[in-house]
Design a protein. Structure first.
Length: 338
């Protein structure tokens, strides 16, 4: 599994076209001012969420997520989107997007269908917080954009469900053409099962035959390189969930993963890691998140990460980053550190 998001450089252009101050967004997100000038833009899940929160805060337009998702210029559509539009039908397009999403983000698209409805959801595999509302607007708006552009119709879902409340329900209703529910138990865009069979007027078998093998080769390479990493990632994720004021033991994590402590240690060793290393990596990742995206005091961050005191946390952080946590936080928030 990839650990970073590839940010399209075109986002900067489109934000500017929509009248949104890009430097202000980057400052609010705690990201470098030259982010969109970098040759390859990679950000973590926490940085991705911070970026979308900042877009929602800086943009005066509450429908900014929907506008960013609605794209008519083919040259601005991600290759994965072009592959989806080249599919035979809406259902096959979603399956293509779900399969190839893993190539560019630690994220997955899940679709479930029964006799009455077809629900599509997005899941962030490394998230430790709730998805920003504007990001969910964007994701579902992007699916609808693919559906409408592909079918050549003004296709509308049955409904859209949001966990977090929305102040612009009427705007969302006009855009999606359906009922909008906030305070729902899940985030989902729900279509009719028959919608999956609607043919795409944009289908292009020749283009898909060119793109698909390349994507498949990348998936194979990623899988070959990531089989061992995936287990370490799973252990690290389980540790992160347990890091709430105490240092989780290997026995606790083994129980969470339905295995024995001995088997867990053996598999980590086979993957070139150890439990202590996985624990340190989990603490390191969460420490960066706490320092860059919260107002926690260092003593509070130390407690949440399972350290006895702030001094122990400071020593560990200095070993990871080469600077004291206080200085790292100040530099990161001013855009010097990425």
């Amino acid at each position: 599994m990839v650990r970073h998001y590839r940010v399209p450089r075109v986002w900067s252009t489109k934000l500017e076209e929509l009248g949104v101050n890009v430097p202000a967004i980057l400052r609010a997100a705690g990201l470098p001012q030259d982010l969109f000038k970098q040759p390859r833009i990679l950000i973590t899940t926490e940085e991705q969420f911070a970026l979308w929160r900042a877009i929602g805060e800086v943009a005066e337009d509450r429908t900014i997520g929907l506008k960013l998702a609605t794209e008519s210029k083919l040259e601005r559509i991600h290759p994965m989107g072009i592959a989806a539009l080249s599919a035979d039908s809406f259902g096959l397009a979603v399956r293509h997007m779900a399969r190839y999403k893993r190539l560019c983000a630690p994220e997955e698209i899940v679709d479930e269908m029964n006799a009455d409805e077809w629900a599509i959801q997005f899941r962030w595999l490394l998230a430790v917080e709730a998805e920003p509302p504007v990001l969910m607007d964007y994701c579902f708006g992007w699916v609808l954009n693919i559906a409408r552009k592909g079918t050549g119709t003004n296709l509308s879902p049955l409904r859209v469900e949001f966990v977090q409340p929305r102040a612009h329900i009427r705007d969302l209703q006009r855009h999606f053409g359906c009922s909008i529910f906030s305070g729902a138990p899940r985030n989902a865009i729900v279509f009719r099962p028959s919608d999956a069979d609607i043919s795409f007027v944009t289908q292009n078998t020749e283009l898909l035959d060119m793109l698909a093998p390349q994507f498949e080769q990348e998936l194979k390479q990623q899988s070959a390189a990531g089989d061992k990493d995936s287990f370490v990632e799973m252990v690290r994720g389980a540790i992160e969930h347990r890091l709430t004021g105490h240092r989780p033991s290997i026995e606790e994590i083994a129980r969470d993963l339905h295995t024995s402590a001995r088997s867990l240690q053996r598999r980590l060793q086979e993957s070139g890691s150890t439990y202590q290393r996985a624990l340190d990596q989990a603490r390191h990742g969460l420490a960066r998140y706490y320092l860059s995206n919260s107002v926690l005091e260092l003593t509070e961050a130390a407690y949440l990460l399972g350290y006895e005191d702030a001094s122990s946390f400071a020593r560990a952080f200095r070993n990871w980053e080469g600077v004291a946590p206080k200085h790292w936080r100040e530099a990161h928030r001013s855009g010097i550190v990425h």
